[in-house]
Design a protein around this ligand. Sequence first.
Ligand code: MG
Length: 272
Amino acid sequence: MNPRIGVMAGLAADGPCFEALCAAGLNCCQLVSWNPELWTPACAQRVKAEIAARNVRVTAFWSGYPGPSVWDLLDGPRTLGLVPAEYRAMRVAALKHAADFARQLGLPAIITHLGFIPEEPANPLFAELVAAVREIALHAQQQDVAFWFETGQETPVTMLRLIEAVGTDNLGINLDPANLILYGKGNPIDALDVFGACVRNVHAKDAFYPTDPMRLGREVKVGDGRVRFPEFVRRLEELGFHGEYIIEREISGAQQQRDIIETISYLERLLA
Ligand code: MG
């Protein structure tokens, strides 16, 4: 088993987090939670013990945030991430809390979606977003935790501009190639020309572009969509990427499990 292949593991309120991961024969994951109430020192201790007992490697804490999230092109801009002013303060607080939790778990990074980052550098909203991201990044830096941004709701050049404007040395990208396609924001292979050097982790996920301009495109099993995974992985490896490929399949039930198992073998072949 290639140790660079992993899946997402959900933070459980109590009970194990990594059973499904181990059952799939993997030992690498990102830990995800959208519930800040769970991010306590006691929970960190419990999860840390499970990480040690199962010999699991957690590459980052994927942190959600409070307030509404609408995953489409119509209401997404006013609900997602740190862009909407209405929810920004409580989300900045939640992400600082996430960095503390990551520190307690001994994890190297937190990840989140920033939202629909304004594409125009002179838009006042861009400067407000930069200040909010910097506040979290500086807090995370004190915990020795990096802050990675999940791609999708912005063009690659805008993501790079945000990273340079924030300017701390603990920033990076969690590249979800399917999100760039789902939101119609870019071609993931070409995006590597723009921000390839910033990529720290990859979500192995695939999709088709939107055809309804109010809705996202359609997510599919890795290899079945428009990412063009053989070329994508080859280009990443050429660039010296040495991070992890974390599989995401955003359906549930038996089909999800089958698709994840097939994707593990598919990625193993590509990385061999
Ligand atoms: Mg993702």
